[in-house]
Design a binder for this molecule. Structure first.
Ligand code: SF4
Length: 363
C-alpha cells in the first residue's frame, strides 16, 4: 500500500494529492452552489473541499429543523491559527440551529500522544485550549469534557469496541496500538452518542474535519450501521489544513516556527510573519513586472484562512499578481491584522480561564 493510500491521522503528513484521496476513499467534492446557503468565507474561498453526505444536513438547515453539530479539540499541545478553522465552522453551524456538542478531548490526547505522559498534563492543555475555544465564540453550555462525561457515554464507547475488529483497525490505520485504539473509540463515541435516546435521539449530524482525519470518519460511519440502535450515518465536511509557515510543512503544535499560536507574544507572531515563505519574486524589478504568486505564499494563506473581508482579500490578490503590492507592505499589513486579532483574543482568553478550569477540573 502506498503512502497516499493510507492516511495516518496522528502523523504530520502533508496531503497534497487531493484528487487521489478523493478517488481512493470515495469523498464527494464540495458543491459551490451550497455556499450561498452557508454564507461563510471558509466555503467561498475553497477551504472546504469535500464532504460525505452533507446534503442531509443542508436539507435540515433549509427546513429549519435541528441537526447535531459536533466537533472537538485534542488537548495535546498549544493551539495555533490552524485550529481556529475547526472552531469557526462549529460556531457557524450553531447559527443554523445545531444541537451543539463540543468535546474537550483530554482522554483522547492522553491515550494517543506519546508526548503526553500524564493525564494531568492533558487536562492542563484542556484548560488552556478550552479558554481559547470559549474566546473564539463557544458557549460553555456547548462543551463537555471526555473525562467528566456521564456514564452512558462510557457504556456506549465499550459497546462500540465490540463492533470493530483488530483487522479493521489495522487496515484503516496501519497499526494496532492500544492507546490509539482507545482514542479512536472515544472519537467514534463523541460523534455518535448525541443520537442516543438519552441525548438528542436519531438525527443527521455534521462534523468538520481535516482530510487527515478521514480514517476516523470512515470507521465512525461504518460502525454507526452495525449498532443495535437506529442512528443516522453521520455527515462530514472536510477542510484544507492551513499549511506551515515554512515550505512543505503542516502547522504543528510541536514545531514553534511552523505556526502562529493563539498565545504567541505579538512580537513573536510578527517575526514569524516577517520570516514566512512568500510567493514574491527574486528582485523588486521582477515583482513589479511579473507580479507575485499568492497561491504559493504563506502570508497570503494566513489572510485567506482568517481575514474576514472578501473585498480586502481580493484586493491583496489582484495587486500582488499585478505587481502593485510588494511583499514588505503585505507582511506589514498581515502582521498588523494578526497582532490586532491576537491582542483582542488574548484579552478574551484571560476572562475565560476561570470558567475553563471549572469545566475541565470541576474547581
Ligand atoms: Fe505574498 Fe503578499 Fe508578496 Fe503577494 S505581495 S507574494 S501575497 S507576501
Amino acid at each position: 500500500m502506498t503512502k497516499m493510500e493510507r492516511i495516518d491521522p496522528w502523523s504530520s503528513q502533508v496531503i497534497e494529492d487531493y484528487e487521489h484521496i478523493f478517488k481512493e476513499f470515495g469523498l464527494m467534492e464540495w458543491t459551490p452552489e451550497w455556499n450561498k446557503e452557508l454564507k461563510h468565507y471558509l466555503f467561498e474561498r475553497g477551504i472546504i473541499i469535500a464532504h460525505r453526505d452533507f446534503e442531509k444536513v443542508l436539507k435540515r438547515i433549509k427546513e429549519k429543523k435541528p441537526f447535531i453539530n459536533i466537533t472537538g479539540i485534542a488537548s495535546s499541545g498549544r493551539m495555533h491559527l490552524g485550529h481556529k478553522v475547526d472552531i469557526d465552522l462549529f460556531v457557524h453551524f450553531k447559527k443554523f440551529g445545531g444541537k451543539n456538542y463540543f468535546a474537550v478531548s483530554d482522554l483522547d490526547a492522553y491515550c494517543s500522544r506519546d508526548k503526553i505522559i500524564t493525564l494531568d498534563e492533558a487536562k492542563g492543555f484542556a484548560v488552556k485550549n478550552l479558554a481559547h475555544a470559549l474566546a473564539l465564540g463557544l458557549d460553555e453550555k456547548d462543551v463537555y469534557v471526555q473525562s467528566r462525561k456521564e456514564t452512558r457515554y462510557y457504556e456506549f464507547t465499550f459497546e462500540l469496541s465490540k463492533k470493530i475488529t483488530n483487522n479493521e483497525f489495522e487496515a484503516v490505520y496501519g497499526h494496532v496500538n492500544l492507546g490509539k485504539i482507545s482514542a479512536a473509540l472515544l472519537q467514534y463515541a463523541d460523534i455518535l452518542h448525541p443520537q442516543l435516546k438519552e441525548f438528542e435521539g436519531k438525527m443527521p449530524s455534521i462534523t468538520g474535519i481535516g482530510l487527515d482525519q478521514d480514517p476516523h470518519a470512515r470507521l465512525t460511519r461504518d460502525v454507526a450501521q452495525r449498532l443495535q440502535y437506529e442512528l443516522e450515518i453521520p455527515s462530514f465536511i472536510y477542510f484544507k489544513h492551513q499549511s506551515g509557515l515554512k515550505e512543505g510543512t503542516k502547522m504543528s503544535s510541536s514545531d514553534p516556527y511552523s505556526a502562529i499560536y493563539l498565545d504567541d507574544e505579538l512580537k513573536d507572531a510578527e517575526r514569524k510573519i516577517q520570516n514566512a515563505l512568500t510567493g514574491g519574486r527574486n528582485t523588486l524589478e521582477e515583482q513589479k513586472r511579473l507580479g507575485g504568486k499568492p497561491e504559493k505564499c504563506k502570508v497570503f494563506e494566513i489572510l485567506k484562512f482568517h481575514y474576514p473581508e472578501n473585498k480586502g482579500l481580493e484586493r491583496v490578490f489582484n495587486e500582488c499578481t499585478q505587481g502593485k503590492w510588494l511583499c514588505g507592505n503585505c507582511k506589514k499589513f498581515t502582521a498588523e491584522f494578526i497582532c490586532k486579532f491576537l491582542k483582542e483574543h488574548q484579552e478574551k482568553v484571560k476572562q475565560k480561564e476561570k470558567i475553563a478550569r471549572k469545566i475541565v477540573l470541576g474547581k
